[in-house]
Design a protein around this ligand. Structure first.
Ligand code: GLN
Length: 491
């Protein structure tokens, strides 16, 4: 059991010291997946044979001295990353038969570093959602429960399978993608850490597209350090993605011990929303106190256009999605329904292949882009998006990082908030502005709710200053001393 309780950094040390082999470590995680995946549904496609073959290669590398810090580390791959020869579904029926002939850049980098892939992790269909209930392969169960209750909770979304796998110790780490909060909110709901890097930091090549101007890959793992080790490998310029940034990648682990003495931390007053759960506000105050005690200067700031964030996001993201998802027409790849002519075939294929949330987004997106509404919605939203970016740029002339809660609540029950899509969209209120601005943001587990559920704090930084985000996150992590684990296995 103890192999499952290691952090990535600890496992890496043990592998390099020869205290454990990659094959032993991988076998322990494969067993854990076999034991708990039937209940949690964190993986759509487990790949145990592939994992064992990769583990054997990793052991050879560890022996020959060519290993990297990630060699032999078993991870989960969000099923939005194309993996050559391994089915990639985006949690949609329309991609159920799709086996990509090529590999995404991020997964290729992790493979090249010697990471072991345990399988493809569940998510909301096409990464659209905040609770992993829109997956065509069934919902994911959060490994956490409310104290004294057996009600099933959601793990958040869209990277819900990745988050549940790491929290339940079915993997040492996972990849995620974040368009409006999909790394940070599930990390918060499951008591793990995850970072959405600056837009352009990680290549989007080979990641099934949702909203291209927002999508960004990032790591999810138990600790801030583990995230830094993963991002070291995942980040970097890629000529196959025209929006990937040609910016040097520092060693992010070096930033972890910088501390926050003398750092200026902004507290945006617009995030103190009426009606926010008092426990979330209390945790935020606690976070402020921790950073002050660690020597940071706390400054009240304003991000005046925050209140338009959700409205802008739910115009821009569906607009881009409606365009990106036009490619699923039954002709080139994926599932096809027969029809009596071409148009009929398109219609039947798309009607059968997409779930209700994806259809809703396509309809909203086509509407806001249509003649007569384009100026009123899409163009207006783009203008307000520029103002949201300007808010952050102005704030970052005064402060080095911003601290907020990650989500307005702890994990909610499977089946709750499902009647009205707008209630579900409200979950993204604290995460969406950083996505629209393209700035890096991390969620760190900071405490437990009165019901015994994990809560996260969000640290937002300047463009390409993930190092400060890591430094502040590490300070919060240290002060919080969060080490609670969900009770899944007999002790
Ligand atoms: N929950 C948001 C949405 O439904 C964000 C999803 C994401 O970041 N992929 O669009």
């Amino acid at each position: 059991m103890s192999l499952l309780n290691l952090t990535l950094a600890q496992a890496s040390k043990a592998l390099h010291a020869g205290e454990v082999s990659a094959t032993e470590l991988t076998t322990a995680y494969i067993k854990a997946v076999e034991e708990l995946n039937p209940r949690l549904n964190a993986f759509i496609t487990p790949t145990p044979e592939l994992a064992l073959a990769q583990a054997r290669d990793a052991d050879a590398r560890l022996k020959s001295g060519t290993a990297t810090p990630l060699t032999g580390i078993p991870i989960a791959m969000k099923d939005l990353f194309c993996t050559a020869g391994v089915r990639t579904t985006a949690a949609s029926k329309i991609l159920s038969p799709f086996v990509p002939p090529y590999e995404s850049t991020v997964s290729a980098k992790l493979k090249a570093a010697g990471a072991v892939t345990l399988g493809k992790a569940n998510l909301d269909e096409f990464a659209m959602g905040s609770s992993n209930i829109t997956s065509a392969y069934g919902p994911v169960e959060n490994p956490w429960k409310r104290t004294g209750s057996d009600a099933k909770l959601v793990p958040g979304g869209s990277s819900g399978g990745s988050a549940a796998a790491v929290a339940a110790r079915l993997a040492l780490a996972a990849t995620g993608t974040d368009t409006g909060g999909s790394i940070r909110q599930p990390a918060a709901f499951t008591g793990i850490a995850g970072i959405k890097p600056t837009y352009g930091r990680c290549s989007r090549y080979g990641i099934v597209a949702f909203a291209s101007s927002l999508d960004q890959a990032g790591p999810m793992a138990r600790t801030v350090e583990d995230n830094a080790m993963l991002l070291n490998v995942m980040a970097g310029f890629d000529e196959k993605d025209s929006t990937s940034a040609n910016v040097a990648v520092p060693d992010f682990t070096q930033a972890l011990t910088r501390g926050v003495a003398g750092k200026r931390i902004g507290i945006p007053r617009e995030y103190r929303l009426d009606g926010t759960n008092p426990e979330i506000l209390a945790l935020w105050d606690q976070g402020i106190a921790w950073l002050r005690e660690a020597g940071a200067e706390v400054i009240d700031i304003s991000l005046p256009h925050t209140k338009y964030g959700l409205a802008v996001y739910y115009i821009v993201a569906p607009a881009e999605a409606s365009s990106n998802l036009a490619r699923y027409d039954g002709v080139r790849f994926g599932a096809r329904e027969d029809g009596h002519d071409l148009i009929d075939m398109y219609e039947r294929t798309r009607a059968a292949g997409f779930g209700p949330e994806v259809k809703r987004r396509i309809m909203i997106g086509t509407y806001v882009l249509s003649h007569g509404y384009y100026d009123a919605y899409y163009l207006k939203a783009q203008k307000v998006r520029a103002l949201i970016l300007r808010d952050f740029q102005q704030a970052f002339t005064q402060v080095d990082a911003i601290l907020t809660p990650t989500a307005p609540s702890a994990a909610f029950g499977l089946g709750e908030k499902m009647d009205d899509p707008v209630t579900m969209y409200l979950n993204d209120v604290f995460t969406v502005p950083a996505s629209l601005a393209g700035v890096p943001a991390m969620s760190v587990p900071a405490g437990l709710s009165s019901e015994g559920l994990p809560l996260g704090l969000q640290i937002i930084g300047r463009h390409f200053d993930e190092e400060t985000v890591f430094a502040v996150s590490a300070a919060i992590e240290k002060a919080a001393g969060f080490n609670a684990l969900p009770e899944l296995r007999a002790k």
